[in-house]
Design a protein around this ligand. Structure first.
Ligand code: MTE
Ligand code: HPA
Ligand code: MOS
Length: 783
């Protein structure tokens, strides 16, 4: 197994080179233009959205006359004033631009104001009168389950006879885990600017992962044809799934007000409003019963997942499907049932977030495997290994996809060695025996993540490439840049195809009028899909250029080599720019589109059977922590990651994705806690109360290695998707914390710890464990 080094052997042309992000310098100098930095058009108006302050209520009165006559106001719009439709649900109906008589969560939009300044717009919005008649609200998963309140029907994925297998097994365990949600906390919040165009059209600048979806929804609310609306996005200041569907309401409000006033309108949500108004990662509960043998091999499993979807379906169907499809993680489950309840609550509609339900499914199975190990008094790593997918007979997922490219066993062996896991476990035991209050814990957890949209039709992409007569190249594709480095990767692919340096490739904003009907940039598949589409476009042009070069230089078109900025046949060559000029003179087209659809996919969503994923991306992590059992405070002492990026398109970018994904996952499972009060009001709506990781939270000793193994599937240059999978490496931090808590009882009992494992929860888990051991509570012990 080879590891990626930043050495020359990886640099074949432009692909596989560890190039910096194309905007890296501009990001740090401030020259990169985010939407709110764009030059403001003349007559620009600023929008403000008034949010509801009830979780569930009928709106008995909405009087906006005082808002409309407030200083500087150009327009006020409510649900009644839409030229088109009010519903902008991305998959199923249920999401409205403005609440229409019924409020379904605290923070839902009621109406919007456009004024000559943001202060005027805000002042006006609060002059309107809103009266409500309260309705009973369902806020939590437990309440929703008790009332049978669901946004979508419950799904069950079953194989074999799990209850019989559990009954037959020599040992049994059951348990429950609560898994918290997560705020995206993109640095650039939701924002859009709509500019009316001649002839009734609309140009919308939107910070969105899904320009085509925004285009269609803007057209729908305006009552226009999609062709009359253009959506453009140069870059996002982070998205993380939060701008897959939930950029649309912001863009729609801006477009509606622009249409109404005939003037450009910008809507940029305040951070607090952004956090209150937009959906988050779903929080989940997992309840399970497992039967296993004396070696810790799982014989039967019944798992019940439930998630808080909020008031509308949004993407909850696909997210909960992905949770079910990742409840195996790396483990073979022969007789299994996975039930998934999609709870409807009077809270914000939860949405895509890096991992898209996968992390929650994996948390469930990892808790189960850990509980088995603690029950047997064995190293959890041994139990994990015993349950890994294996040879024929142990290689079918519960949804019956064959796991035929499973690098996990070797990858885990390698990480166990390189991280000195066994030596450190022994060292930790010695430390813990000497240390009454400070306890250390360690855990190694694996990740197997399915790559492809589970909705098969979304796995497609398009690209457009032009070569100009000076040999410069214009590249456009349907993918969006959110900081993940997609644009540089696709530029590398095109440069490689045409044998020129990446500096010759002009990276351009994503826009719906150049490449139409695109999927959102999501499911980590941005470079897999758009890289292939762009290569196809570049290849078409290369073939045409090869014919010109052969005619000019002699030889056959197939013999022409494009490299080093030249086209060559044997020792004769022509500069790429001269060739472009020549081709133009010969009246050869220098523009081409490219299209790609992922092969081999099929999935029956009703039966939960098929091949929803083209391949799996894998990795593993070892985390070591130290907890203070008197306060619950902790520190992540060391982290070792080994992640499989296939034959990386750009190891520098991928390294950043692995590090960033891990730290974001660590935040989810440690400090990031969402809190709603009994009225359904989000209390944690600012960085003062919602704690994302800071520089100081990055592990002191952080060792990240990319595994360099060609993708078995013929993906773009045999690379693997990397955007989401590393987030789940952070599950090792959660289990290291649980291991440190377990040390309090000398690893005889399984700690009861929910996510996020905040210091408060760690302390409670320590005290609960002490109580079970019959030890005095801490305060008494200290006295
Ligand atoms: N990295 C940065 N810097 N910012 C982001 O918003 N989003 C993540 C991941 N990495 C994100 C990121 C998510 S949720 C996805 S699905 C992928 O990037 C999307 O991009 P890709 O498909 O090009 O990997
Ligand atoms: N992943 C991410 N986003 C999505 C998916 C998915 O599988 N399906 C629809 N949107
Ligand atoms: Mo990522 S959650 O698929 O946008």
């Amino acid at each position: 197994m080879r590891r990626a080094k930043r050495d020359a052997s990886l640099v074949e042309g432009a692909v596989h080179a560890p190039l910096a992000h194309d905007s890296a310098v501009r990001h740090v100098t401030g020259e990169a233009l985010y939407l709110d930095d764009l030059p403001e058009p003349r007559d620009l108006l600023y929008a403000f959205v008034r949010l509801s302050d009830r979780a569930h209520a009928r709106v008995t009165r909405l009087d906006v006359t005082a808002a409309a006559s407030s200083p500087g106001v150009a327009a006020v719009m409510t649900a009644r004033d839409l030229p088109g439709e009010n519903d902008i649900g991305p998959v199923l109906p249920g999401d409205k631009v403005f609440a229409d008589g019924l409020v379904e969560y605290w923070g839902q939009s009621l109406f919007a104001v456009a004024a000559d300044s943001i202060d005027h717009a805000r002042e006006a919005a609060f002059r309107a009168t809103v009266e409500y008649e309260d309705l009973p609200a369902i806020l939590t998963i437990e309440q929703a389950l008790a009332h049978g309140s669901f946004v979508l029907p419950t799904q069950v994925l079953r194989r074999g006879a799990p209850s019989k297998a559990i009954a037959r097994a020599s040992r049994r365990l059951s348990g429950r885990l609560a898994i918290g949600g997560q705020e995206h906390f993109y640095l650039e919040g939701q924002v859009a600017m709509a500019v009316p165009r001649e002839g009734g059209g609309m140009l919308v600048h939107s910070s969105t992962q899904a320009p085509s979806e925004v285009q269609h929804l803007v057209a729908k609310v305006l009552g226009l044809a999609a062709s009359a609306v253009t959506v453009e996005v140069r870059r996002m200041g982070g998205a993380f799934g939060g701008k897959e569907t939930q950029a649309a309401p912001v863009a729609c409000v801006a477009a509606l007000l622009a249409r109404r006033t005939g003037r450009p309108v910008k809507l940029r949500l305040d951070r607090d409003d952004d956090m209150i108004f937009t959906g988050k990662r779903h929080d989940f509960t997992a309840e399970w019963e497992v039967g296993f043998d004396d070696e810790g091999r799982i014989r039967g499993l019944e798992l019940v997942l439930a998630s808080r979807c909020g008031f509308s379906p949004d993407l909850s169907g696909a997210i909960n499907d992905r949770a079910m499809l990742h409840a195996d993680n790396c483990y073979y489950l022969e007789d299994v049932s996975i039930t998934s309840h999609r709870c409807k609550t009077n809270t914000v509609s939860n949405t895509a977030f890096r991992g898209f339900g996968g992390p929650q499914g994996m948390m469930a199975i990892e808790a189960i495997v850990d509980a088995i190990a603690r029950e047997l008094g064995q190293d959890p790593l041994q139990i994990r290994r015993r349950n890994f997918y294996g040879r024929a007979g142990r290689d079918l997922t519960p949804y019956e996809m064959r796991v035929d490219d499973f690098v996990i066993p070797e990858l885990v062996d390698e990480l166990e060695r390189s991280s000195q896991y066994q030596e450190r476990r022994r060292e930790l035991a010695r430390f813990n025996a000497r240390s009454p209050w400070q306890k250390r814990g360690i855990a190694l957890t694996p990740v197997k993540f399915g790559i492809s949209f589970t909705a098969t039709q979304m796995n497609q992409a398009g690209a457009l490439v032009h070569v100009y007569t000076d040999g410069s190249i214009h590249l456009n594709h349907g993918g969006t840049e959110m900081g993940q480095g997609l644009f540089i990767k696709v530029a590398q692919v095109v440069a490689d195809e045409l044998g020129v340096g990446v500096d010759r490739v002009q990276i351009t904003a994503t826009t719906t009028d150049q490449v139409p009907n695109t999927s959102p940039t999501a499911a980590s598949s941005g470079s897999d899909l758009n890289g292939m589409a762009a290569r196809t476009a570049a290849r078409t042009i290369r073939k045409r250029l090869a014919a010109c070069a052969a005619a000019a230089l002699g030889g056959k078109a197939e013999e022409v080599v494009f490299a080093g900025g030249k086209a060559s046949v044997g020792r004769r060559s022509i500069d790429f720019a001269d060739l472009a000029t020549l081709a133009h003179r010969e009246r050869v087209s220098l523009s081409a589109t490219g299209f790609y659809r992922t092969p081999r996919l099929h999935f029956d969503r009703e039966r939960h059977r098929g091949r929803p994923f083209y391949y799996f991306a894998c990795g593993a992590a070892v985390s070591e922590v130290q907890i203070d059992t008197l306060t619950g405070e902790y520190k992540v002492r060391r982290v070792d990651l080994l992640h499989d990026c296939g034959s990386s398109l750009n190891p520098a970018i991928d390294m950043g994705q692995v590090e960033g994904g891990f730290v974001q996952g660590m935040g989810w499972l440690t400090t990031e806690e969402l809190w709603w009060d009994e009225a359904g009001r989000l209390g944690t709506h600012a960085p003062s109360t919602y704690k994302i990781p800071a520089c100081g939270d990055v592990p002191d000793d952080f060792r990240v290695t990319l595994l360099h193994a060609r993708n078995r599937q013929p993906t773009i240059h045999r690379s693997k998707a990397v955007g989401e999978p590393p987030l789940m490496l952070a599950i090792s931090v959660f289990h290291a914390l649980a291991d440190a808590v377990a040390a309090v009882g000398e690893h005889r009992l399984t700690p009861r710890l929910d996510a996020p494992a905040t210091p408060e929860r760690v302390l409670l888990a320590v005290e609960e464990l002490r109580a079970r051991l019959g030890q005095p509570a801490l305060r008494e012990a200290a006295e």
